[in-house]
Design a protein around this ligand. Structure first.
Ligand SMILES: NC(=O)c1ccc[n+]([C@@H]2O[C@H](COP(=O)([O-])OP(=O)(O)OC[C@H]3O[C@@H](n4cnc5c(N)ncnc54)[C@H](O)[C@@H]3O)[C@@H](O)[C@H]2O)c1
Length: 252
């Protein structure tokens, strides 16, 4: 079903070979965008592109590690050369390390900060010259409910997601005059490879479910639907906002 008119738009999605990122890539393509599917494994991105094409959409796959600035710049350059524009960036790539802080060495801390926060900064920075020149751009960052409330034993993750909420507000302020909207979505517990381990444990799953008034965990499509709205022109007067999509977790 086409909900939003994204025809002709070019969208780059990071971390899109699986999980929420894949759900977002499929939804944007279904709504008419030409989708650049990026992640650390190109072959898996190509599989997503195959799904997009099978459904009648247009996609292209690139290997893109969001911690590698040169690779980001090369991908952005190639996409711009191929399509002539970049309208949408979804900063979805992320990692979740559930460990007590005093058990994490500096390298592990740097890794999580590097993907979740530095990666978002670098990817955003790399598309700005193009979006400014177009005087048009839609950026959506993946935050988390962990950016608003504590999530057990995930201090670095929570710190990065809180930072994403604030970065989203700051960039909205900085980029509004260039016609660029910057928003975020904050998922609750969504069924993806990131949460597989948690949800496999029946006790943990029951404890998580008890915090969700809606009575179920989320699907990647639940998040993709929010992103679809935020990157469409239906949201053109919304910027700096974080849309919480959590089945009600934060209401408790
Ligand atoms: N699943 C949830 O419950 C949940 C909740 C809140 C927020 N989120 C956020 O949603 C986003 C997507 O999470 P998901 O649940 O789909 O997780 P996932 O682990 O299934 O997918 C994350 C993707 O990011 C990619 N990635 C990791 N490091 C990367 C790097 N250096 N460069 C490029 N890509 C990289 C992975 O390869 C993977 O495809 C993340 O930012 C995550 O923090 C997820």
């Amino acid at each position: 079903m086409n909900t939003y008119d994204l025809k002709g738009k070019v969208a780059v999605v990071t971390g899109a070979m699986r999980g929420i990122g894949k759900g977002i890539a499929l939804l944007l393509a279904r709504n008419g965008a030409r989708v650049v599917v990026t992640d650390i494994d190109k072959a898996s991105c190509e599989q997503v592109v195959k799904e997009i094409e099978k459904a009648g959409g247009t996609g292209v796959a690139f290997k893109l590690d969001v911690t590698n600035e040169q690779e980001i710049q090369d991908v952005v350059k190639s996409v711009h050369a191929q399509f002539g524009r970049i309208d949408i960036l979804v900063n979805n790539a992320g990692i979740f390390i559930q460990e007590e802080l005093d058990g994490m060495d500096a390298a592990k801390i740097d890794k999580e900060l590097g993907v979740n926060l530095r990666g978002t900064l670098l990817c955003t920075k790399s598309v700005l010259p193009i979006m400014k020149q177009q005087h048009y751009g839609k950026i959506v960052n993946l935050a988390s409910i962990a950016g608003f409330v504590g999530f057990e034993v995930a201090s670095v993750y929570s710190a990065t997601k809180g930072a994403i909420v604030n970065l989203t507000r700051e960039l909205a302020l900085e980029l509004g005059k260039y016609g660029i909207n910057v928003n975020a979505v904050a998922p609750g517990v969504i069924e993806t490879p990131m949460t597989d381990g948690l949800l496999e444990d029946k006790n943990v799953a029951a404890a998580l479910l008890s915090k969700i008034p809606y009575g179920r965990t989320g699907k990647p499509e639940d998040i993709a639907n929010g992103v679809g709205f935020l990157v469409s022109d239906d949201s053109s007067y919304i910027t700096g906002h974080t849309l919480v999509i959590d089945g009600g977790w934060l209401t408790m």
